[in-house]
Design a binder for this molecule. Structure first.
Ligand code: HEM
Length: 195
């Protein structure tokens, strides 16, 4: 006899993953299609995308209400590291207007930003091939001191524990979708046409 299939409800993090899976695929393919590791110039354009994203959402990392929900939130920001990476690469630091993101949608935007540290492990390996690394040009891709897995699990635990109404949960999903759309737009704008 087959074991019964348990129909457990998705956690908030699982739902966010499911609802944005296709967008992640498109983004990943869009970035890869622009050969970000072919030259330092191409990679610098990718870092500018990352910098613009982090700068646009930095107010979330400084928001006291969100800090109360996610322990150590301020220290998770990778904006300063991305700024140093741009300097390492000799690329000017752009002026970025922070986005007006609501508190509830902010959780979805943070999910996208924090989740991007997982893919960063692969990107870091690729960037080493062009002579860069976590001490120069790829500081923002470095793992957290406690390890990428632990860092991500801690975030997911905090995210899953926030008490939200179903309507607020939907807002988190729209925030995550908007974040992927935003980064996709940055890729097209800063990295140029893809293949
Ligand atoms: C070429 C670029 C990228 C590659 C190759 C890539 C690859 C990956 C991989 C392999 C994972 C899963 C890792 C694991 O489960 O252990 C992942 C997760 C994730 N990535 Fe990316 N990624 C890229 C760019 C991005 C960008 C630019 C963002 C957002 C700004 C992003 C957001 C996320 C999110 C939110 C997750 C977590 C999904 C979840 O488990 O809930 N990724 N990425």
């Amino acid at each position: 006899m087959n074991a019964p299939v348990l129909d457990l409800p998705l956690t908030r993090a699982e739902r966010l993953k499911q609802e944005t899976h296709a967008q992640h695929e498109r983004l990943d393919t869009g970035i890869a299609g622009r050969d970000p590791f072919a030259t330092r110039e191409r990679y610098a354009a990718f870092v500018e995308v990352q910098y613009r994203f982090y700068a646009a959402i930095e107010p979330l990392y400084r928001d006291e209400r969100l800090q109360a929900l996610v322990p150590g939130l301020a220290s998770r920001s990778r904006l300063a590291a991305a700024r140093l990476d741009l300097a390492d690469l000799g690329r000017p630091v752009p002026e970025v207007e922070p986005l007006p993101i609501s508190h509830r949608e902010g959780l979805g935007w943070l999910y996208v930003s924090e989740g991007s540290t997982l893919g960063a492990a692969f990107l870091l390996k690729a960037v080493e091939a062009i002579g860069l690394g976590e001490d120069c040009g790829a500081r923002h891709l470095a793992a957290a001191p406690e390890g990428r897995g632990r860092h991500w699990r801690d975030f997911k635990e905090a995210l899953n524990s926030v008490p939200l109404t179903p309507a607020e949960d939907d807002l988190a999903v729209s925030g995550a979708r908007a974040a992927f759309t935003y980064v996709h737009g940055l890729v097209a704008e800063v990295m140029g046409p893809g293949k």
